[in-house]
Design a protein around this ligand. Structure first.
Ligand code: DGL
Length: 271
């Protein structure tokens, strides 16, 4: 069974692409709604919360977990993979792995086949921007690329609260203008490096100059997961097409939020 973890329901934008790419696999989604948003939390809290979620998903029988949250991926994943996971594997005697969503997105953005950009813009939560992981990993692969980051501190929260489109448009326009002013030139590609932003991708496209390429994070992650499982069948052999949806803070009142990210109701269970 494959676990998919996010700070809340935003990761459903990624989860949908994973389920479409791998319909035969068993998936369990866990949203840590009780502790969302992660994008404003100190790194140590993001790390502890991510470890707690992984414990839960491993305890539920997952052998592979996709951290479908940019903030958790860039803040916590390296330490988890290097320090935490080896101990967990030794104790359990089971092949387990945890993968994130930043690297597959960066790989998609820096692939030569897609028409390389000289300037890449990254829109993300404050914590993701502060981690510096996107620019670092892009430059590792393509040192010639200039990366301009823009924190969008109010955007994920406003999407969650169901703010009117006019308000979301204002926020997106302000963030795009700020990035352009800092960059001095328009990016040729942008990465929407937050699970919530696909819901306002059209507003970004409208605010950015015409022709800016937008990297599709859910698609990039789904392609990467499929390739990964092909190379590493030891991490998951499920084929029942089963789905479970768990949340640490679900109540009936949260269903409109689920519908916003998924386009329909899902049978979430509170854990
Ligand atoms: N899922 C988070 C991310 O992709 C966005 C929301 C939050 O701040 O928790 O960064």
């Amino acid at each position: 069974m494959i676990g998919v973890f996010d700070s809340g329901f935003g990761g459903l934008t990624v989860h949908r692409a994973l389920m479409e790419a791998l319909p035969e696999r068993d998936f369990v989604y866990l949203g840590d709604n009780r502790n969302a948003p992660y994008g404003v939390r100190p790194p140590i809290e993001v790390l502890n919360l991510t470890c707690a979620a992984l414990e839960r998903l491993f305890g539920d029988g997952c052998t592979l977990v996709v951290v479908a949250c940019n903030t958790a991926s860039v803040v916590a994943l390296r330490w988890i993979q290097q320090q935490w996971l080896p101990v967990r594997r030794r104790e359990d005697g089971v092949a387990r792995n945890v993968i994130g969503i930043a690297v597959p997105t960066i790989e998609a953005a820096t692939e030569a086949g897609t028409g390389l950009s000289r300037v890449i813009g990254v829109f993300a939560t404050r914590r993701t921007v502060e981690s510096g992981v996107y620019p670092l990993e892009i430059r590792k692969r393509r040192p010639e690329i200039t990366v301009v980051q823009q924190a969008c501190p109010d955007l994920a929260g406003s999407i969650e609260r169901g703010a009117p489109r006019s308000h979301l448009r204002e926020l997106v326009e302000r963030d795009v203008m700020e990035m352009m002013a800092n960059a001095g030139e328009a990016p040729e590609s942008v990465i929407l490096a937050c699970t919530h932003y696909p819901l306002v991708a059209d507003l970004f496209a409208a605010a950015l100059p015409a022709g800016v390429r937008m990297v599709n994070q859910p698609e990039a992650v789904a392609g990467a997961l499929k390739g990964y499982l092909g190379r590493h069948p030891e991490y998951d052999a499920s084929n029942g097409g089963r789905r479970r949806f768990l949340s640490t803070g679900f109540s009936a009142g949260a269903m409109p939020l689920v519908e916003r990210f998924w386009g329909g109701k899902l049978p979430f269970v509170e854990v």
